[in-house]
Ligand binder design. Structure first.
Ligand code: IMP
Ligand code: MG
Length: 182
């Protein structure tokens, strides 16, 4: 793939969620997940690329035995808006049949990406299927896809950092910042 030339983009000078706030919130989520999955094994499915840092931190915070697999989805649309047409770029390598599956997402926005992933996974007959997202943009939702674990909720605005990108940039920031003027 080619990366577009750096456009003139301004990020908020203060993080929306600092690295310390993210770390604390992940500890809370992990405690909740450990309680719910007590005595079982979790099969985490991380949705690439956005959730790669989140899942790396989450899987280490969770004490329940966990195995991991990855899926890569692409949604047609602009850089900042999902179209709802989803393509599976990289499918899972593991069977999820009869497994306790926990999908780990970066952001649920319209919910269209997650809705189609959920339908695809349910067809493979897992024992259970839950969804964890770092960020919930509830006000943007156009589906009623259930989200079981939410790191942070926010309203409008486009954010980058801690795995989240704008045209592939800023995934490397340790905290989450708002893109100004989107
Ligand atoms: P949805 O299908 O509208 O729910 O889109 C969700 C996907 O769009 C997320 O998994 C992200 O990859 C991406 N996305 C939505 N909002 C943002 C944002 O503010 N920053 C970065 N990526 C975003
Ligand atoms: Mg995503």
């Amino acid at each position: 793939m080619t990366i577009a030339p750096t456009p003139k983009i301004k990020l908020s000078s203060e993080p929306l969620f600092s690295a310390a706030e993210i770390a604390t919130r992940i500890e809370d989520l992990a405690a909740q997940i450990d309680k719910d999955y007590h005595g079982r094994e979790i099969l985490m499915i991380a949705v690439l690329k956005g959730s790669f840092l989140f899942v790396a931190d989450l899987i280490r915070a969770v004490k329940t035995p966990t195995v991991i697999d990855f899926v890569r989805l692409a949604s047609y649309g602009s850089a900042t808006q999902s179209s709802g047409i989803i393509e599976v770029r990289k499918d899972l390598e593991m069977s999820i049949k009869d497994k306790d599956v926990l999908v780990v997402e970066d952001i649920v926005d319209s919910g269209l990406t997650l809705e189609s992933l959920r339908t695809m996974l349910l067809n493979r007959q897992p024992a259970s299927l839950r969804i964890c997202t770092l960020i919930d943009k509830q006000s943007q939702r156009v589906t009623d896809v259930p989200v079981d674990y939410i790191g942070f909720s926010m309203d409008d605005g486009f954010i980058v950092g801690y795995g989240l990108d704008l045209d592939e940039r800023y995934r490397d920031l340790p905290d989450i910042r708002i893109v100004e003027g989107v």
